[in-house]
Write a new protein. Structure first.
Lengths: 80, 222
């Protein structure tokens, strides 16, 4: 089973990298980009075959290491 | 009793801190490797600056899960003074001994220069050698020094006198409330972005950092 974890900055947390991307897009002539936010994508291959257990394990991984919940949200997607 | 410096792969201020500790206490500190699960008896612990584990994932995130950190957390909870400098401060927030997080600098640049600091605290193991509102010149050298915490946490730090140092004048990295260093509730754990070990003797161009090590030496000699 595969887990794809998206780690994103919480709303309201300043994202200077997102701001830089916004400015660069504007300079390239891509107008109309309201807000750019940059995050991380982490892929894990799991031995676990039970989706409920896998979700539980990956949630613990996110809470303990993969995300810092002071500033980040995480979203877990599981696939076969 | 001796102090200990925890050495992680990628630490690069460990020996500078060791020189300062030896000058202040008269005794060379124990250099403890991050992979050890045990830590000899020691009277104070320093987490030095550097780029432990290449700052992978987040600054200090991987180091905060090192085997020796369980022991550092246990000693900190027993009241042993713990000082985290720069990457050490990041490790202290990632392991939960201090609140908040150090984010990427506001202007996305690595900053390496002297910073003028305002002393906000004049007691405790590390700050007793300074006077409130004294101005210090101590270098900063970081890419992730932008302290961030929730409004409630910042208020708690302010209301309980847990902010040790702030940036005076220009805020170099965007840190909330100009925070450069904070302590835990008990006051025995201090995390700070500036590097006191880099200006701790006159030959280096300044010695504003020295009082921190002298204060610690006095504290542990008691």
């Amino acid at each position: 089973m595969k887990a794809i974890i998206q780690v994103t900055l919480k709303n309201g947390v300043l994202d200077p990298q997102g701001k830089a991307i916004e400015t660069a897009l504007d300079q390239l002539g891509f107008s109309g980009v309201g807000q750019a936010r940059q995050g991380k994508l982490i892929e894990l291959v799991l031995e676990e075959t039970d989706a409920v257990k896998a979700k539980e394990h990956v949630t613990q991984m996110c809470e303990k290491l993969l995300a810092n919940t002071v500033i980040e949200n995480y979203d877990i997607e599981l696939s076969e | 009793m001796t102090a200990a410096v925890i050495v992680f792969p990628g630490s690069n201020c460990d020996r500078d801190v060791a020189v300062c500790l030896e000058a202040a206490t008269g005794e060379a500190p124990i250099m403890a490797w991050h992979g050890d699960a045990s830590l000899p008896d020691c009277s104070a612990i320093v987490l030095p600056g550097g780029f432990s584990y290449g700052d992978y994932l987040r600054g200090g995130a991987i180091a905060s899960k090192s085997p020796i950190m369980r022991e550092v957390i246990r000693r900190a909870e027993q009241g042993v003074p713990v000082l985290g400098i720069c990457n050490g401060f990041q490790i202290l927030t990632e392991c939960g001994l201090l609140p908040g997080i150090l984010m990427r600098n506001r202007d996305l640049k690595f900053i390496c220069r002297d910073a003028t600091l305002n002393v906000e605290m004049e007691e405790g193991a590390f700050m007793a050698g300074y006077k409130k509102d004294q101005k210090l010149v101590i270098p900063i050298a970081h890419n992730e020094g932008n302290y961030f915490a929730s409004d409630d946490t910042v208020k708690e730090l302010q209301d309980n006198g847990r902010i040790a140092l702030t940036y005076a004048g220009e805020n170099p990295n965007g840190a909330i409330a100009n925070i450069a260093g904070i302590t835990n509730a008990k006051g025995n754990v201090l995390g700070m972005m500036p590097h006191p070990e880099r200006l701790a003797e006159a030959a280096l161009g300044g010695e504003d950092g020295r009082a921190m090590f002298d204060s610690l030496a006095k504290f542990i000699a008691k």
